[in-house]
Write a protein that binds this ligand. Structure first.
Ligand SMILES: [Zn+2]
Length: 340
């Protein structure tokens, strides 16, 4: 089968399209013919070997849709021919956290394409518990565009953040996968007033179209100054940038406000003034991925038309290097999806 393998960490040239053997399944697994896999920023970090360095050779890709083509003898409730979307992570299913529905706290929690081989390939074997019927109204491309980003955004805003309805919230990076997912969730489920950021004027209109109420081009305007002037202090911030903005973000949330952090793209070692945190009773809340059960909720919201997939570009597997370049250039708004 075709697969994109990395044998080294580095620039896009480490992405090699090869022919490798198809995986075998155990009695509890299904074999899925992958039809689409979307690219996430995490793929870029892993390819470069920044912070995360899995054993090599490695296969990236967390967001997978496809068709079940074989199943083990113990597999129930799914048939050959079923169109599916996969959980972007797997866990032990045996520990206290997994049994409590907090599988993203499992010590064996493994994101596909990070801790275990992912979906830049034609076939994948995976345990039945991590396979979901895909939303009926979405095609394979659209179905591969949402699992990781919507799960991350849902967990950050709803589960961990417990953001109240009608809050005023700053969501960083409208054009990123998690940013665009978060805008939809905050608007549709929480009726939030959403301030967001973009890195170019071309993206401003798109940000409004998907639900933002106020858009700041961070390359032209200082985010915290604009917010202070227009809104005073706000209820909450959803941030993945880390070091570069954290101190300004602390200053723009109201007393008792929340900063939810789910990444640190500008650097992870930040110095913060704790006086703001305790005196103004601000919560800094960490969030990673989400409960697998919430994929059922997210699929339901797609089927009801509440959430919409945001696909920026579809490319064949042969153009995987171009796909990575597009993500790195920052030009994209929404997801880049590889068709297989
Ligand atoms: Zn577990």
């Amino acid at each position: 089968m075709k697969a994109v393998i990395i044998n080294n960490f580095g620039d896009i040239d480490v992405l090699e399209l090869k022919n490798i053997q198809e995986p075998k399944i155990s009695s509890s697994e299904v074999l899925v013919r992958i039809k689409a896999v979307s690219i996430n920023h995490i793929d870029i970090w892993i390819r470069k070997g920044i912070n995360i360095r899995p054993n090599l050779p490695h296969i990236l890709g967390a967001d997978i849709s496809g068709v079940v083509v074989d199943k083990g003898s113990d597999v129930v409730d799914i048939e050959i021919g079923d169109e599916v979307v996969l959980s972007p992570a797997v866990s032990c299913n045996l520990c206290y956290q997994c049994m409590s529905g907090n599988d993203n706290f499992c010590k064996n929690y493994s994101i596909l394409g990070e801790h275990v081989w992912g979906g830049y390939r034609e076939y994948i074997n995976i345990r039945r518990e991590f396979v979901f019927k895909k939303p009926k109204n979405l095609n394979f491309i659209e179905s591969a565009s949402f699992p990781l980003t919507f799960l991350t955004a849902y967990n950050a805003l709803i589960r961990r953040g417990q953001i109240e309805r009608d809050s005023i919230i700053l969501i960083m990076s409208a054009g990123s996968g998690v940013g665009s997912s978060s805008i939809q969730i905050a608007k549709k489920l929480l009726n939030a007033y959403i301030i967001t950021t973009v890195g170019s004027d071309e993206k401003i209109q798109r940000a409004y179209e998907i639900g933002a109420d106020f858009v700041i081009n961070w390359k032209k305007q200082d985010i915290s100054s604009v917010i202070k002037e227009k809104f005073g202090k706000i209820d909450a911030v959803l941030d993945h940038t880390g070091k570069m903005h954290i101190n300004n973000l602390i200053k723009i949330v109201k007393n008792g406000g929340k900063i939810i952090t789910y990444g640190a793209t500008s650097g992870h070692m930040a110095e913060i003034d704790l006086r703001h945190i305790f005196y103004r009773q601000i919560s800094i809340i960490g969030s990673t991925m989400g409960k697998r059960a919430d994929i059922f909720e997210i699929i339901k919201y797609f089927e009801n038309g509440v959430f919409k997939p945001i696909v920026y570009k579809v490319l064949p597997i042969e153009e995987i290097k171009k796909a990575h370049s597009m993500i790195e250039s920052g030009e994209v708004f929404g997801k880049v999806v590889i068709e297989l």
